[in-house]
Design a protein around this ligand. Structure first.
Ligand SMILES: Cc1cc2nc3c(=O)[nH]c(=O)nc-3n(C[C@H](O)[C@H](O)[C@H](O)COP(=O)(O)OP(=O)(O)OC[C@H]3O[C@@H](n4cnc5c(N)ncnc54)[C@H](O)[C@@H]3O)c2cc1C
Length: 452
């Protein structure tokens, strides 16, 4: 059993990490820069808080596995649950020109269950569950300073400074888990200790989110509780999500070259939403009432700190969540990936104890690499061989055929939605059963035109 573990950051990754560590450590301290509110409200350290958050089904399942009971808590505070066979009518998902079958029944809707809540509410419910554990303490209003090294090759503590009094103290720890998000200072702190800076991979997205919390007059005028639209271009993206206690979040997502047209009022937000929202939903929300100002969030792109490729790493320090790999939020994968990192952390501690950080990052690479590949824009033509280009074209063509067939085939729709929600591996798309249905769909469509 570890005597003391310290988690840096009380966001979703930090709370989940503390829950996982509470099983194997006598004492876990979560260090957080913000003074944490005693209510589910937005805070400075989580600027993404007011924006639309939709967690994938795999994320909900993993969160519940790490913190049992949290889904019931969410329902108790008024989260909406989507878990019925007619999921297609409740969720409007549009990827480029392709939609899904929205009328037929799913065979396994429970596997695709979604809980709809705001990001602050999710964090608050999670924090209550995690800090109820007797082993867990939160030290909020504290800034993380530097790592402390008592013997070579091992981090043995961290300095923290109280933001109000300016007092600095050392927290000794056998394990430190950095879950401090995009602002992580671990690469810099390692460099200061003489370790080579871990390589990093990045992509540019220049994304901007505009979001507003709303009350909608007659929310039963339409069945959808989640609308997510991601066309292939940079504009006309966004979504609408039902949240706890009958409130809603509307998000317009764009690229910052479009920033001159920033929405300045609810009327602007609703007008922009008309460009991507199904017409009947756009009409039903026309009389919505604003419950907040418009929140704006700009992000440059994604970063993956490749600790798996670092030549030397000290024992006693592991990195999870956005601090390890932050993605393009438009795909709604961040919380699910943070939960999967922590799940891997729990397995790693069981198998390797506190040592062998390289093995931890190698196990995560298998989880992160396929998701990273779908986030980053394709490499420019000049950087790819003729064979790669041909393979990519063939893959794209097959994907288009599958997506086009999903519009009226519920079996293909269910398989795609399971893959997007990380329940099944993307390889399942190329299952002969699915490909046969895709071929049958296109053959049916070709028949009438031949008979003309
Ligand atoms: C606009 C936007 C929309 C998103 N939408 C979705 C979505 O729909 N679905 C989804 O799954 N994900 C979404 N994400 C991603 C998701 O929010 C994160 O991936 C997820 O919350 C995991 O974050 P984290 O806990 O690793 O880091 P964070 O949430 O950034 O938490 C880091 C914590 O560390 C604290 N901290 C930072 N530095 C220090 C320091 N020096 N000392 C002490 N404490 C410190 C911060 O105050 C904060 O509390 C979105 C992100 C953005 C930006």
């Amino acid at each position: 059993m570890t005597a003391h573990a310290v988690v840096l950051g009380a966001g979703i990754a930090g709370l989940l990490a503390a829950a996982a560590l509470a099983d194997s450590a006598h004492h876990v301290t979560i260090v957080e820069r913000d003074q944490l509110p005693d209510s589910p409200s937005p805070r400075r350290g989580i600027p993404q808080g007011p924006h639309l958050h939709s967690v994938l089904s795999k994320g909900w399942q993993t969160i519940e596995e790490l913190v049992p009971g949290v889904l019931d808590d969410l329902v108790a505070v008024g989260a909406q649950v989507l878990d019925d066979a007619k999921l297609g009518a409740r969720m409007h998902l549009q990827n480029g020109p392709y939609g899904f079958n929205r009328t037929d029944d799913l065979t396994d809707p429970a596997a695709l269950a979604h809980y709809l809540v705001t990001r602050p509410q999710l964090e608050y419910v999670l924090r209550r569950r995690v800090t109820d554990r007797s082993a867990v303490t939160v030290a909020d209003g504290q800034d993380v300073g530097e790592f402390v090294v008592c013997r070579p090759g091992r981090i043995s503590g961290v300095t923290v400074t109280d933001r109000q009094t300016g007092t600095t103290r050392v927290l000794d720890a056998e394990l430190i888990v950095d879950a401090s998000g995009r602002a992580t200072r671990t690469p810099l702190l390692l460099e200061q200790l003489g370790y080579p800076r871990p390589p990093q991979r990045t992509f540019r997205a220049r994304g901007v989110y505009y979001s507003q919390h709303l009350a909608i007059g007659d929310q039963n005028a339409f069945p959808e509780r989640l609308v997510l639209v991601i066309p292939s271009g940079g504009t006309g993206r966004g979504g609408l999500i039902a949240c706890e206690r009958g409130t809603w979040t509307l998000t317009i997502a764009t690229r910052d070259d479009d920033a001159k047209r920033a929405p300045e009022s609810l009327t602007d937000m609703l007008t922009r939403a008309e460009s991507f929202m199904p017409a009947h939903v756009a009409a039903a929300i026309r009389d919505a009432r604003a419950l907040s100002d418009i929140a704006v969030y700009r992000y440059p792109g994604g970063t993956w700190h490749r600790y798996d490729r670092a030549a030397h790493l000290p024992d006693g320090l592991l990195v999870v969540g956005d601090a390890l790999c932050c993605l393009d939020p438009i795909h709604g994968q961040g919380i699910t990936m943070a939960a999967r990192h922590v799940h891997a952390l729990r397995q790693h501690l069981g198998a390797h104890g506190l040592g062998n950080p390289q093995a931890f990052y190698r196990s995560l690479t298998e989880i992160i690499a396929p998701v990273w590949a779908t986030n980053k824009p394709p490499a420019p033509r000049r950087h790819t061989s003729i064979t790669e280009r041909a393979q990519r074209r063939a893959l794209r063509w097959t994907q288009h055929q599958i997506l086009a067939a999903a519009g009226d085939d519920i079996v293909i729709t269910e398989q795609l939605v399971r893959i997007v929600n990380m329940i099944d591996s993307p390889r399942r798309l190329f299952d002969p059963r699915i490909l046969a249905r895709v071929a049958a769909h296109h053959a049916r469509r070709a028949l009438p035109s031949r008979s003309i």
